[in-house]
Structure formats: structure tokens, C-alpha cells
Write a protein that binds this ligand. Structure first.
Ligand code: FES
Length: 100
């Protein structure tokens, strides 16, 4: 009832009709950000919304943005990189990993 009349995006609706992955899906694959089938869709959908709000988020903004999606199986580093990858791709700039 709470979602009645709302548009709902799920992970299944992220790729293009021809099967081309969304930049976030590609980023999670390229940056090894994929975790399990429970948290990964939530991370990607949350990141999608985050990138609508902030098109070039800082690492802190990404970490704050996904803070409500908990996974105790990861250190989140590759998930952050995946979102940075997608942000860069969606902005049309090459992704460059920050030096560690
Ligand atoms: Fe999905 Fe940790 S890998 S909850």
C-alpha cells in the first residue's frame, strides 16, 4: 500500500533492453564489488539513487550514502570503487583509482 502509485526500480530493471549493463552493474563487476545476492542489488539500487542526488560524490559521500545497507562480509572498499567507477562513466570521464 505504501508504494501504491509509485515507480519502483529493481535490479532487474537496471540493464538496457539490449542487455547492456548499467554503469553501476559494470562498475561492480569491474571493481570486484559484487557480494551476495541479497546485499548487492540493494547496494546498486541505493548507489543509483545516490548518483541521482550527487553526480560526482566523494568517498565520504558514497560511504554515507550506502551506510544503511549493511554487509558484514566486506570492507566496502571495492563497493566504493565500483560506485566511483560508475560516477565517472556516467559523467563521461575516465575512471582513475585513487592511490592507496
Ligand atoms: Fe551479502 Fe554480506 S555478502 S550480506
Amino acid at each position: 500500500m505504501q508504494a501504491d502509485g509509485s515507480d519502483i526500480r529493481t535490479i532487474e530493471g537496471m540493464a538496457a533492453a539490449d542487455g547492456t549493463l548499467h554503469a553501476l552493474q559494470e562498475g561492480f563487476r569491474e571493481m570486484h564489488g559484487l557480494q551476495c545476492g541479497f546485499c548487492t542489488p540493494g547496494m546498486i539500487i541505493r548507489a543509483y539513487r545516490l548518483l541521482q542526488e550527487i553526480n560526482s560524490p566523494t568517498e565520504d559521500e558514497i560511504r554515507q550514502g550506502i551506510a544503511g545497507n549493511l554487509c558484514r562480509c566486506t570492507g566496502y572498499q571495492n563497493i566504493v570503487k565500483a560506485i566511483q567507477y560508475a560516477a565517472a562513466k556516467m559523467s563521461g570521464v575516465p575512471f582513475q583509482e585513487a592511490a592507496e
